[in-house]
Design a protein around this ligand. Sequence first.
Ligand code: ZN
Length: 543
Amino acid sequence: MSYQVLARKWRPRNFAELVGQSHVVRPLVNALDHARMHHAFLFTGTRGVGKTTIARILAKSLNCETGVTSTPCGICSACKEVDEGRFVDLIEVDAASRTKVDDTRELLDNVQYAPTRGRYKVYLIDEVHMLSGHSFNALLKTLEEPPPHVKFLLATTDPQKLPVTVLSRCLQFNLKRLSLDEIAPQMQKILDAEGITHDAASIKLLARAADGSMRDGLSLLDQAIAYGGGKVAEAEVRAMLGSIDQDFINRLLQSLAAGDAGALLQAVADATEYGLDYEMLLKELLLSLHRIALAQADPALAGEEGENVLAHARALSPQDVQLYYQIGLLGQRDLPFAPDPRSGLEMTLLRMVAFRPVEAGEVRASIKPVATPTKQSPVESRGTVAPAAVAPVSAPPVTAPAASPPVSAPVVRSASIASTKWSETVAQLGLAGLTRELANNTTLESHADGAMTLILDESRAQLLNKDREAELKQALEKYYGAAIRLTVRLGRPAEETPAKQKDRLQEERQQAAVQAITDDPNVRALQEKLNARINPASIRSKV
Ligand SMILES: [Zn+2]
């Protein structure tokens, strides 16, 4: 059995099966039930929202052998032929490929003849705005004096291109783009009926990607089923769409609200693992920030993802949203100049956290001379981005001054080769808990002829007990593959212990991160243009 695409297999056969467009269906059903059918309808709306489907259902309603009805039987030969696309009295014309006046004349000449099979001849002219001027005149003449056995169903994505003379002779219906809540349940229903394994997250992703069109949505669903080898799973769908899940953007926004640089960097690491596009990620983040700013100006503007957007609108201050947007825009502009896209994205996100303004009250409590009130406040100058969205600000949000001393270039003390080697050995012993702590606070004094002496930092003497010493001995014997007589002495290690080395490296990385932020030209630009200050406590190095 050949595979039939879902959009065709699941094309609605009657008005009850049609998803959405109830504002169009209701008047059509009423007209059919009361036998007061207008002779010309114009359906406007983007592709894949149901224009042709509605026209076919209408053709069945008018020609069903049970009589004119809003609920065609679906089993008589007229209904079946319409469903199979071979009903002679349903004449489908794609005006986009038939613009010559002769063609249309030929078409309209036949209007005069009675229907071959049914009660009515139904003309469906798609993309009717593509007809030439002469064709329009020919059509118009027929619309002025239509034979009683003819119904015209005109469809267009661009009604503004239609002459008013045509518009005035048609009943016009504007088909809406379908919402997520209309597309997703239909996908769910189809997958259930087809017995295809799926998850809610995949459906959400696909329904969003459908962008208001059920046909596009079902076509994507076909692709997802093929891509996933007969099942629909989130990871594959995400890879297929190359799109960024809103959940991922939510995660970034929450990390920004919490000022958590570590979480942001982890998110970027995960994005790398998922194979997400960094540029797209930044773009989606900017779009979300825009929606949040709108919602902060007026909650009614929260849009489709209303609840989600409002939650972020509450969690973030309008100033922060403006700042993140501005930094994100600069980051997007500079992304091609970054050494690589990932580091460009990382720096942009870190910058957002580094520049986060602190609460106005906090500023007043901790500093006086930093903010000069005569200067334009940072928020006002940022207002040029989206003035409507900037809420009134009571005090200039100046970042808290650095509590720490000025940052100097990282001091690199060369650790001795012996201590580095011992650190590496300890790291490979596979120890855990306090026994690992014990090992990390020792240095190797001597190791010869099966005798090993370690010096335990005397300030950590409490770590030493018989059990841990035995466990350490066992691990060392396993590592060296030989019996060892272990002695652990308390003392002041001359070399750097692994624990001290780790602290030092962490400190050096931190200083390097602060330095990188301080040296960044974009950061400097923000400092100069927006009167911003770096909050060093907010910078965390990647471990
Ligand atoms: Zn029928």
